[in-house]
Design a protein around this ligand. Structure first.
Ligand code: GLC
Length: 434
């Protein structure tokens, strides 16, 4: 009988809550076709057609130190990279397959270099590991929901031994939990239909993971896909319960609480454009200003945001992504204290922006200016020690203007005569509480 230890759980989650902002990296052979990481499945590409990318892959520009620095400079506190995606290609030196990066032209263990570079920047490190494997002969082919050969009867599952696949998969998880130092996050992906939980022998898998990596935090996709919450949220934690919920390409409207109303840890995983893996034709990048406000939204609702980059086949993060990361980093450098270690405040969302808090200060994120002094609703004047612009530390006077004399119970901040906010994306007022 599994006994959930909430104290130990809260202890291992603390850094995740403090971090709030991470980088996701989806990279692999699919960067060559450059049509996203599901290209094999979407185009129902036979394995032999995909193997030309394995023969060709030689990312001469791969520089994980540059990736780690880009994440650090963007204000991100952790980085999660695909060790193996659904195509089954291992970015690490697995002894259980030849379909791995050390057998490509460049002969490098990408994961070994990645974890070293990320730790060198003082960031937490995570590995994404696909539960699906479209390369392995023992993984279901015909009739599976997602396999590239799902519609091809000639790929029957007659001689496939799923238990043999599970042994392979568990062995590889053991490898990444053994050979690459302390991992901070294991990001499994994903359960679907009856392929969930004990179908993956999840209890045995997680027992092994927790023995090898006692401090690691694990997502909820051994239990669910990107839409479900998992057993912890349902108040009935299974031995392989996710430590955090993983809403994908959306932000939960009210954040996420468990069945008892307790705030869950959650992380919205979001792409910069519309693809996780590199997609040459996808130039629909979200502007930095939007992503900054989405990060604020996640934190204001008690969650994290992990923002994805999809490096190209040479190993470079796309220029559009670099530009966005730099702009986000500029804002985070001045306003990060309104993100790190912050969360819900219990106050209603202000009409001119959002509000985050860390128990000592409230951070009022202003997206538009008001006419006249800014009303700081639900905040009692006698509880406020001072108000400052977070970015500069400059004092913001409490307003005594006659124009709001009819509202004596509402606190107003006097931002002065300039109708333009110092930061059009998000001007943060720090309300320092007594
Ligand atoms: C979805 C995508 C997968 C991606 C994951 C990231 O599961 O199918 O390709 O790795 O989201 O959250």
């Amino acid at each position: 009988m599994y006994v959930f230890d909430r104290e130990a759980y809260e202890k291992r989650m603390q850094w995740f809550k403090d971090a709030r902002f991470g980088m996701f990296i989806h990279w692999g052979l699919y960067a060559i076709p450059a049509r996203g990481e599901w290209v094999r499945s979407i185009e129902e590409m036979p394995r032999e057609d995909y193997m030309k990318y394995f023969e060709e892959f030689n990312p001469v520009d791969y520089d994980p130190a540059a990736w780690a620095k880009a994440a650090k400079d963007a204000g991100m506190k952790y980085v999660v990279m695909t060790a193996k995606h659904h195509d089954g290609f291992c970015l690490f030196d697995s002894q259980y397959t030849d379909f791995k990066s050390t057998n490509t032209t460049c002969g490098r263990d990408f994961v070994a270099e990645f974890v070293k570079a990320v730790r060198a920047e003082g960031l937490k490190v995570g590995l994404y590991f696909s539960l699906l494997d479209w390369y392995h002969e023992d993984y279901p082919h015909f009739g599976d929901l997602h396999h590239p050969m799902r519609n091809h009867p000639e790929y029957s599952n007659e001689n496939r031994d799923f238990n043999r696949y599970l042994t392979y998969m568990h062995n590889q998880v053991r490898e990444i939990c053994t050979n690459y130092g302390k991992l901070d996050i294991l990001w499994f992906d994903f359960s679907y239909g009856d392929m969930q939980g004990e179908k993956w022998k999840a209890t045995e898998l997680i027992r092994m993971v927790r023995e090898l990596q006692p401090g690691v935090i694990i997502d909820n996709r051994l239990e669910v896909d990107g839409t479900g919450m998992g057993s912890l949220a349902e108040g009935n934690p299974l031995p392989y319960h996710g430590d955090f919920v993983t809403p994908e390409q959306m932000i939960p409207p009210e954040g996420i609480r468990d069945v008892d109303g307790r705030d869950m840890y959650w992380e919205a995983c979001i792409t910069m454009n519309g693809n996780w893996g590199y997609c040459a034709a996808d130039h629909y990048f979200k502007p930095a200003s939007m992503l900054i406000r989405k990060l604020v939204e996640c934190v204001s609702k008690g969650g994290n945001m992990i923002l994805n980059v999809g490096p190209d086949a040479r190993g470079n993060i796309p220029e559009e992504s670099i530009r966005i990361l730099k702009e986000i980093g500029g804002w985070m450098a001045k306003n990060g204290r309104s993100i790190y270690g912050c969360g819900r405040t219990g106050l209603k969302r202000p009409e001119l922006g959002r509000i985050t808090g860390n128990g000592e200060s409230l951070f009022y994120h202003l997206y538009e200016n008001s006419i006249g002094p800014v009303a700081l609703k639900e905040i009692r004047r006698e509880d406020v020690k001072a108000i400052r612009y977070l970015a500069t530390g400059a004092e913001i006077p409490i307003s005594a203007n006659w124009t709001h004399r009819s509202y004596p119970d509402i606190l107003f901040a006097d931002l002065g005569p300039d109708p333009h906010l110092p930061d059009a994306t998000d001007t943060v007022l720090e309300i320092i509480m007594k």
